[in-house]
Design a protein around this ligand. Structure first.
Ligand code: DGP
Length: 120
């Protein structure tokens, strides 16, 4: 069983967060350090440390995460202009919290996907 995370405490409301959606599979809340006018994290209620830990049985959960992101984007009024969904995985992916999360960002043009470095 993976360890509880800071996000587990948000799910059970042990620590405060601006929760915008919650159901039996997923929770969505505003990022504490927003990088765009809308920046919401969508997470599974069960701790899955990284996207690399997904199992076949998690397919309904990952599907729900994407559908919830889509619905929140519509509710926030950013869907027509477009938005970005990001999942960071482990060290090179820049993952800080080892509880799988989908970043939903939008509300302004987000620019190129990555800052390019010499030699890629
Ligand atoms: P990542 O680098 O992909 O692991 O992103 C982690 C994100 O989680 C980062 O954008 C900041 C956010 N975050 C970390 N701790 C908290 C918290 O306690 N509350 C909220 N709302 N967001 C948090």
């Amino acid at each position: 069983m993976p360890e509880e995370t800071i996000f587990s405490k948000i799910i059970c409301k042990e620590i405060p967060a601006d929760i915008v959606y919650q159901d039996e599979l997923v929770t969505a809340f505003r990022d504490i350090n927003p990088q765009a006018p809308t920046h919401v994290l969508i997470i599974p209620n069960r701790v899955i440390p990284t996207v690399d830990d997904l199992e076949e049985a998690d397919e309904p959960t990952i599907g729900r995460m994407v559908r919830v992101a889509m619905t929140i984007a519509r509710d926030e009024g950013i869907a027509d202009d477009g938005y970005r969904l990001i999942v960071n995985c482990r060290e090179h992916g820049g993952q800080e919290v080892y509880h799988l999360h989908l970043h939903l960002m939008g509300g302004r043009p987000l620019g190129p996907m990555l800052l390019r470095k010499d030699g890629l």
